[in-house]
Design a protein around this ligand. Structure first.
Ligand code: CS2
Length: 464
């Protein structure tokens, strides 16, 4: 049997519905080396479930009209308890990973290691607990075995993910394994990648649908949209399996693709997460298909698109149209609370960077409402005072801002604007700040949807 050339760290639902599907397609196209060895750092461990299902699971692709079931067998081995030689296989060509934002152990907004998050691995680098610690140990053993370098590709939805991985791993190695530093710099590459597919967590309905079409319960099954994109920077230490044969775009510069995705698709999702939740919706599908919110969202996406450089081979109008259709897919019921989680990490790259381009223009109102809704959401109260479960690394800071403001909306807005993520022109823009105060005050009594409706009526009125 051809040994696997790919090792992936973190086989969660997103990976199983994205990279593992590309690998399955490539195997199907005659490249058995595209099989994947998985490494689980944290529960849920998948080895037992995969074994019980003879190494297969299903992805149910649903576009709202049609369903298509794909049986995936690209995962050939799972290391639930990895050993330190996990990177010492001569057949290994590509390491991919989905570690989540927190898995990079960095200080948010920077590419520097957070000393607290990495402390245990620095004290005991032979028994790592984090992905960063494991990669360093694995590379030490690989270098000792006289093997060539490797390509480490982050597949997390983080801007310039490869640069972040390179920075934190190099910093960790310089402290924990200084003898490896030089080899790492010369032999390991860290391509940036943009990955896209909406994969909500599997709810009961999705699990039932998968079981029904697959004919049996599937503990690793995932329901996802058919849309998928993977853009990978052309920077490989060794030749990798030819992923371009199954639609992976290998390009010199991933950034324009990444910014397009973060602003248009992810920006729309994050805007809906707060505007929608405060308007009483539970999923992005419900919010995006509501006529009032849907109309507003189309204008918002068009405003986001105006801030972009169009990547090669893309068409921004078409991308906006596809995004709106994707969000209206009735089978992809992405919970707004899931998207609203960790929003302090997301708001900057998805919304604030673009808002800065519109501060003086007619679209400023769209951004003021989006950011005001984010602020209101993070006070932990909906319009009628019902609690919102805020799940964010800054949740305690948000609570303090709200407490300190003590009902004074100007103080509330000022408190939020002090956060690092608003560093720059937006914070200093007087009329935008005033809009935020007015809208935050309005959101104490009215839902964002009510405000959108009122704004629409007044514009139509004016036009007449
Ligand atoms: C979502 C993303 O939860 C979120 O933050 O916006 O997971 C989104 O669904 C993916 O980036 C789509 O590729």
């Amino acid at each position: 049997m051809t040994p696997p050339a790919i090792l992936h760290i973190g086989p969660g639902a997103f990976h199983r519905a994205h990279q593992a599907v590309y690998a399955a397609d490539l195997i199907e196209a005659g490249h058995p080396e595209a099989r994947i060895r998985e490494m689980c750092l944290f529960p849920p461990r998948i080895a037992e479930a995969l074994d019980a299902q003879s190494g297969a699971y299903h992805v149910l692709f649903r576009d709202g009209v049609n369903e298509e079931l794909q049986r995936i067998t690209s995962i050939c081995e799972v290391l639930d308890e990895p050993d330190e030689d996990f990177l010492s296989d001569p057949a290994l060509r590509l390491v991919t990973m989905t570690l989540t934002e927190k898995g990079y152990c960095h200080i948010p907004g920077t590419r520097r290691l957070d000393p607290m998050a990495i402390a245990a691995d620095l004290n005991d680098p032979l028994h790592p607990r984090t992905g960063i610690g494991w990669l360093a140990l694995g590379l030490v053993r690989r270098q000792e075995a006289g093997l060539p370098g490797l390509t480490l590709a982050s597949c997390d939805n983080i801007p310039a993910n490869g640069r972040l991985l390179e920075a934190v791993l190099s910093e960790f190695v310089s402290q924990a394994w200084p003898v490896l530093s030089d080899w790492l710099a010369k032999n390991v590459t860290f391509p940036v990648s943009m990955v896209d597919r909406i994969v909500p967590r599997v709810d009961e309905e999705a699990a039932r649908a998968i079981a029904q079409v697959a004919g049996a319960t599937d503990m690793l099954g995932v329901a996802a949209e058919p849309f998928g994109q993977w853009v990978l920077e052309n920077d490989f230490a060794l030749p990798i399996p030819p992923l371009e044969k199954v639609g992976v775009q290998i390009v010199a510069d991933v950034r324009p693709y990444e910014v397009m995705k973060h602003r248009i698709l992810n920006g729309a999702q994050t805007a809906l997460a707060h505007l929608g939740a405060l308007s009483g919706f539970e999923t992005s599908y419900q919010a995006a298909s509501d006529p009032v919110m849907g109309h507003w969202l189309a204008r918002f996406c068009a405003a986001q698109a105006k801030t972009l450089t169009c990547p090669l081979g893309e068409n921004l109008d078409a991308y906006v149209r596809t995004t709106l259709e994707r969000l209206r897919n009735p089978h992809i019921r992405h919970p707004l609370v899931q998207i609203g989680t960790d929003s302090s990490f997301k708001l900057g790259q998805r919304i604030v960077e673009a808002a800065v381009c519109h501060l003086d223009g007619p679209e400023a109102e769209l951004y003021a409402l989006t950011i005001a809704a984010w602020m209101q959401y993070n006070t932990g109260r909906t319009v009628n005072g019902a609690p919102i479960p805020v799940s964010d690394p800054l949740a305690e800071r948000f609570r303090q801002i709200d407490l300190h403001a003590d009902g004074d909306t100007e103080a509330l807005v000022a408190g939020f604007l002090e956060l690092d993520l608003f560093e720059g022109d937006l914070r200093r823009h007087q009329s935008f700040r005033e809009r935020l105060v007015t809208l935050c005050a309005a959101l104490e009594r009215q839902s964002p949807r009510d405000l959108m409706m009122a704004a629409e009526l007044s514009t139509t009125g004016l036009e007449r």
